[in-house]
Design a protein around this ligand. Structure first.
Ligand code: FPP
Length: 242
């Protein structure tokens, strides 16, 4: 048994949780609000979930903030989201430091406006020695794009084919040095992987709670971790194998 805080006992705690924060738009629409209000509420919620991850002893939290495909959304939603990210990367830095969280960006840097890129780099620098939690923000991220990017760099580095192993490819991913996700959560009841960590999540356990992301709180996260603890991870083996 793995005990994390005074009153909570989990059968197993995922070292790395990854989340597809889905349902912001529907959360807003259900309240007669513009979609951006949902993204704002989703951003507020992130703070609660970061806090809970720190409390439960999760070491890495990866969030899908903006995919390489999301640029195709209506222009006003994209620019609203960019302004929100711009704001958050600056405003939440002190809070991340207070939580002992280190910020890491994964995704393409090309296409991100220079001012925002600067804020992201500044955030990474400012928090780089924090050790309680690594917050990995997938921004301008696509799983296939990441694999293509890795293959391009492997070719540029002229790595002989016999040296191209699972471990080597992992080292060429944006997530180099991080453990693979143990648990992936997609909120809002959608049952898709949507190009998220398709290399790294090969053996992750997935859960699909119905709750829209802005309402997905500490209790929901606890339930997802309990569900994870009930799963038997076999990594392609069978139960009786050592
Ligand atoms: C998916 O909901 C959500 C997004 C595309 C954006 C998620 C971003 C945040 C919560 C902000 C996080 C901020 C930072 C800086 C990391 P959706 O719009 O697809 O919802 P829908 O499926 O109900 O339309």
């Amino acid at each position: 048994m793995n005990s994390t805080s005074e009153n909570i006992t989990f059968a197993a705690i995922p070292q790395h949780i990854a989340i597809i924060m889905d349902g912001n738009g529907r959360w807003a629409q259900a309240r007669g609000l513009p979609r951006l209000a949902g993204h704002r509420a989703g951003t507020e919620n992130l703070r609660r979930i970061i806090e809970a991850c720190v409390e439960f002893g999760v070491k890495v939290l990866t969030i899908y903030a903006f995919s390489t495909e999301n640029w195709g959304r209506p222009q006003d939603e994209v620019s609203g989201l960019m302004n929100l990210f711009d704001d958050v990367f600056e405003r939440e830095l002190a809070e991340l430091n207070r939580q002992g969280a280190r910020l890491i960006h994964i995704g393409r840097t090309e296409g991100i406006r220079p001012g925002m890129l600067k804020k992201i780099h500044n955030g990474e620098q400012t928090t780089r020695d924090n050790q309680r939690l690594t917050l990995c923000v997938a921004f301008n991220y696509g799983g296939r794009d990441e694999i293509v990017h890795a293959i391009q760099r492997i070719a540029q580095d002229k790595i002989p084919s016999e040296e191209i192993t699972d471990e080597l490819v992992s080292r060429y991913m944006y997530t180099a040095g991080l453990p693979d996700p143990d648990l992936v959560i997609r909120t809002s009841g959608e049952l898709r992987t949507s190009n998220f960590l398709i290399w790294q999540a090969a053996y992750a356990e997935w859960v699909f709670p119905e709750t829209f992301w802005p309402d997905f709180g500490r209790e929901h996260l606890m339930e997802a971790i309990h569900e994870y603890g009930r799963r038997e991870r076999r990594f392609g083996l069978i139960t009786t194998q050592p």
